[in-house]
Write a protein that binds this ligand. Sequence first.
Ligand SMILES: [Zn+2]
Ligand SMILES: [Zn+2]
Length: 325
Amino acid sequence: MATEEEILLFHDQDYVRLVKRNSEKGGGLLDMGDTPAFKGCYEATSLVVGASLQACDLIMGDQYTHAFNPSGGLHHAHSDRASGFCIFNDPAISIAYLKRKYDLKRLVYLDIDAHHGDGVMYGFYDDPAVLDIDFHENGRYIFPGTGYPDETGSGPAKGLKVNIPLLPGSGDEAFLEGFESIVPPLVRKHHPEAILVQCGADGHDGDLLAHLRLTTHTYQEVVGTMHELAHELCHGRLLLLGGGGYTLANVPRVWTLAFASLAGKVPDDSIPKQWATIFEKSTGEAAPKKLFDIPTEGESDKSLEEVESVLMQLDREIGWKPSGV
Ligand SMILES: [Zn+2]
Ligand SMILES: [Zn+2]
């Protein structure tokens, strides 16, 4: 479990006290929206943060290069308030922890959750140590309503916060067009000492809350590319975090394949019978039949044109294109 001192690396004292008080009492909400203050929520969310910080220690040590905390990725919490089911922001605390404990000067945070990772982005908006790249469904259509291409960071961090909003209905082709164009050159230019990836599964086709149409193919590509970049640039140091994901049959498939990609394995397409039985018992939903999806078909021209226009706007804002391209 993370200590209070560790949580205070990112969060304000008054807010931490508020969470503690509500956690002892139990009931009600922590924000104006949808973050429940259930009994023991302080301990529960501190456990998530503790797992992410332990993962930080693992990747910074000699024995491991990569770590995955599927319970992490609670990217909406701000320093002074809860938001979007997130109480303490474990990615933000992890970034502050890596800077403090290991004196890291250059970090990459990639966020592919369907929702904008606002707590992390605005938490480090003027911090030049953090290159934050965030792909999400356009905030005109979904919570939290932020994350536009003209939000590029402030002061010494100008140009280091990068938002790629996608139209509802965007699938693998539109996503990967944006990802493959802009992510490798920006990450190489920043030359990080460690990479964090928030791998929310709610951009998956058929998610109950969001409206993107990504398949397992995109998650494999994204994690595979970040894995290669980590080996190329920072001794393999890569911390993978979970995030959103509201269609229960999809989330474990997405994260299994993300993790397999990090481990350099390609699993077969079958779903273990024993797992399917436990899944159906505990969720009351039908278990998935296969591990892999067929990549999105029928990408709309509109989704592709939107990504191209965002890439052009970003080039005007931050000049991301390598010279000669
Ligand atoms: Zn590796
Ligand atoms: Zn989300």
